[in-house]
Design a protein around this ligand. Structure first.
Ligand SMILES: *Cc1c(COP(=O)(O)O)cnc(C)c1O
Length: 370
């Protein structure tokens, strides 16, 4: 039996990519905002229906830079979620800010909006929520709270590329949204990322931050770093964007197959489709709660059959070793997130996952429940 990995990167046909990068062999222009970068950026602005898209070499630096671009006072508090990838919390802390962890709701595992206001202090500067698994946060409530309290909102939308809420692109909520185009995401540029926003004045700041503050051959105006997207990454994005529709349709088939096996199984909880949301089927999280076997038992049973699953997200970022001793850390402060983190597995999920493989994965899971 073949092994099944938890994910497999989407790639365009080899010839299509070669055709796209042919011009780079003619121009010898490999990075620094060349023709591929320009074209990809324009395509994304149109696809995401967003006035400004600034491309990055990865999603993490995109998030770190957009937080920096907001120029919050050092020591400011940022309300965020611990039920996420390391990047979200690290981006806050690496900017000299303090993460204040808000619990998640037990339906879609995004930030529990009922718990945000209780965490706001006179040091709070921003909210950094995560559209986790591609589930949209309660953007309306977050917007209301942020406006009333004068806080910025920066979405970690790493999982939410191509998702729409009430027909509106996920790129349009809050003051800015960060997308990751890492190889494992629904849409990839190998490594890559972007910041999307409406405010014209952010464009120059972000460009300075990702390219040493260089404005011209003899002008450097800002102490910036380097986080530019290369021409090869942009070319991958141009090609993958052409196939995104098919990829999402294929993912939908996989998700429907999972539902056909696992829906209504006692002790297995699936993430319900959200109202008014057009999904991207980024992940397939399953929560084992009252199932005969524990999450760790199921993880092991799958691994024994060569099937990869991920404890995504376990541990919570607020219980990472590097945050031990931080006054705001500790999984106990976010009991719902801790409960889910102990019970969740994301199952193999990618466009070309064979439906027979989904059958095999589900048989293995169900056999643990007997
Ligand atoms: C992938 C991811 C990131 C970081 O993106 P990279 O492109 O890998 O740097 C940030 N946040 C979340 C939730 C992610 O899943």
């Amino acid at each position: 039996m073949n092994n099944i990995l938890v994910t497999r990167s989407s790639m365009p046909p080899f010839e299509e990519y070669c055709e796209e990068i042919k011009k780079l062999w003619e121009s010898h222009w490999l990075t620094n905002m060349g023709v591929e970068h320009k074209e990809f950026q324009a395509e994304l602005e149109e696809f995401l229906v967003c006035p400004h898209v600034v491309l990055y070499t990865n999603g993490h630096l995109a998030l770190e830079n957009v937080i920096a671009a907001m120029q919050f006072p050092k020591g400011g508090e940022v309300i965020t979620t611990p039920f996420t990838f390391a990047s979200t919390t690290h981006a806050i802390v690496r900017n000299g800010l303090t993460p204040v962890f808000c619990d998640v709701n037990p339906q879609d595992y995004t930030m529990d909006v009922e718990k945000i206001e209780g965490l706001i202090t006179d040091r709070t500067v921003a909210i950094v929520p995560v559209h986790v698994y591609g589930n949209m946060c309660d953007v309306d409530a977050i917007d209301r709270i942020a406006k009333a309290r004068g806080l910025k909102v920066i979405y970690d939308a790493a999982h939410a590329f191509a998702v729409r809420y009430k027909g509106i692109s996920s790129a349009k909520f809050g003051d800015a949204s960060m997308f990751s185009f890492h190889a494992t995401k629904v849409f990839n540029t190998i490594e890559g990322g972007a910041v999307c926003f409406k405010d014209d004045s952010l464009v120059a700041t972000l460009n300075d931050m990702k390219n040493f503050g260089i404005r011209g051959a003899e002008r450097v105006v800002f102490v910036g770093g380097n986080a530019k997207m290369s021409e090869f990454q942009a070319a991958m994005g141009i090609c993958n964007l052409r196939h995104l529709g098919e990829e999402i349709a294929k993912r939908k088939r996989v998700v429907e197959r999972y539902w056909s096996h696992l829906e209504d199984v006692a002790g297995i909880k699936l993430c319900k489709p959200q109202a008014d949301v057009e999904p991207n089927y980024a992940y397939f999280p399953v929560v084992f709660d009252g199932f005969k076997a524990t999450r760790d038992d199921v993880f092991k049973a799958l691994a024994d059959k060569g099937i990869g699953a991920r404890k995504y997200f376990y541990p919570l970022t607020n219980s990472f070793e590097c945050y031990v001793g931080w006054p705001t850390a500790g999984a106990k402060k976010t009991p719902v997130a801790a409960y889910i983190a102990d019970r969740v597995l994301t199952l193999p999920m990618y466009a070309d996952l064979a439906l027979e493989d989904v059958d095999r994965i589900c048989e293995t899971i169900l056999s643990c429940g007997k």
